[in-house]
Write a protein that binds this ligand. Structure first.
Ligand SMILES: [Zn+2]
Length: 329
């Protein structure tokens, strides 16, 4: 019966042992070479079959590794000058945008998203309503967030608050948000972005009335990798987060808060990122502050800057990250 026969590789092993034994025995006895030669022929045939089996084994192993490894999470810090626009491409295929840069950068942000093959956002996160973060979101709303009244995860808009008044440059964006379903997010909320990526809101808790300090700060978790997005929070909130989260602030990749504005060293030491990203361009505020960049260097971070390297792309497989930049420094 076929079912009673041992598998192919076991048949070969069972056959090989007596042959090896026979061949060695013949050598020891000094039998005629023709007999030894016959054994060698069988041996080389066996070697060829073994080699073929090994090849098949590796082929199937490599194939199954490819089949099992999911696509990566990709995070792009777009070069939008002074401001911020960050794109997350989820391993399962969706896309999330965090902020959209200044008003004049809006068309570029929308076209960059389209160039990346994104024609609809699964979520848009507006960290706060200053022009360098929310000003460029007009074209994104019009082109990439088609209105959906269904209670579905696509097109989700996440905000730290819904402001009553904003600077004129953000007014149109605010009116667009008003017409769509949005969700105000508070500290401690956990929002799944996909099966393998989740977002945890670290801030705001109670509002202070300062848009920078009330920015939505989040942690994005993908496997063992943690990404920290802290918008424009300043020293006051950094102290608060340190008191609440302490060593849990540790991240593999962190965006430097407020374009390298004032920071406190214990916060930077708690975050201790391997990669720190600065989204920056020419500005009248004297940012970034060199002493803040120095804090990140002291914490062991490798610094990346959008003004020097262009768009910075981080790829995560859930266990490690890789970085590539548009330009070399
Ligand atoms: Zn800003």
């Amino acid at each position: 019966m076929d079912g009673a026969r041992p598998p192919l590789h076991r048949q070969l092993v069972f056959k090989a042992r007596p042959e090896n034994f026979h061949q060695n025995h013949l050598r020891r006895l000094g039998r005629p070479r023709s007999l030894v030669g016959g054994a060698s022929f069988q041996q080389s045939r066996f070697n060829r079959i073994s080699l073929f089996c090994c090849y098949l084994f590796f082929f199937f192993c490599i194939d199954s590794i490819h089949a099992d490894s999911p696509p990566p999470l990709e995070i792009r810090f777009l070069d939008v000058g002074y401001g911020e626009a960050i794109v997350l491409r989820l391993p399962e295929g969706g896309a999330v945008l965090i902020d959209g840069g200044r008003p004049e950068k809006g068309p570029r942000v929308a076209s960059l998203l389209r160039q990346m093959g994104i024609d609809r956002l699964d979520a848009l996160l507006v960290t706060h309503f200053h022009p360098d973060h929310a000003g460029g979101l007009g074209p994104v709303f019009d082109q990439l967030l088609p209105f959906s009244s269904k209670k579905e995860r696509t097109g989700m808009i996440l905000l730290p608050l819904f402001p009553k008044a904003v600077e004129p440059e953000v007014e149109t964006v605010l009116r667009k948000i008003e017409r769509r379903p949005y969700r105000v997010v508070r500290r401690g909320e956990i929002i799944p972005l996909s099966d393998s990526v989740r977002l945890e809101a670290l801030h705001p808790g109670a509002l202070r009335g300062d848009p920078n300090e009330d920015s939505l700060a989040v942690k994005v978790i993908h496997g063992e990798m943690i990404f920290l997005f802290t918008a424009d929070i300043g020293p006051e909130v950094q102290r608060e987060l340190l008191a609440i989260y302490g060593p849990k602030l540790k991240a593999n990749v962190a965006k430097i808060p407020h374009h390298g504005g004032e920071s406190i060293e214990p916060f930077v030491q708690a975050v201790r990122p391997e990669r720190a990203i600065l989204s920056i361009g020419p500005n009248p505020y004297g940012l970034p502050k060199e002493e803040v960049l120095e804090m990140y260097r002291r914490a062991g971070a490798h610094l990346h800057r959008t003004d020097l390297e262009g768009t910075i792309t981080i790829t995560s497989d859930g266990r490690s990250v890789r970085v590539r930049t548009e330009r070399r420094r």
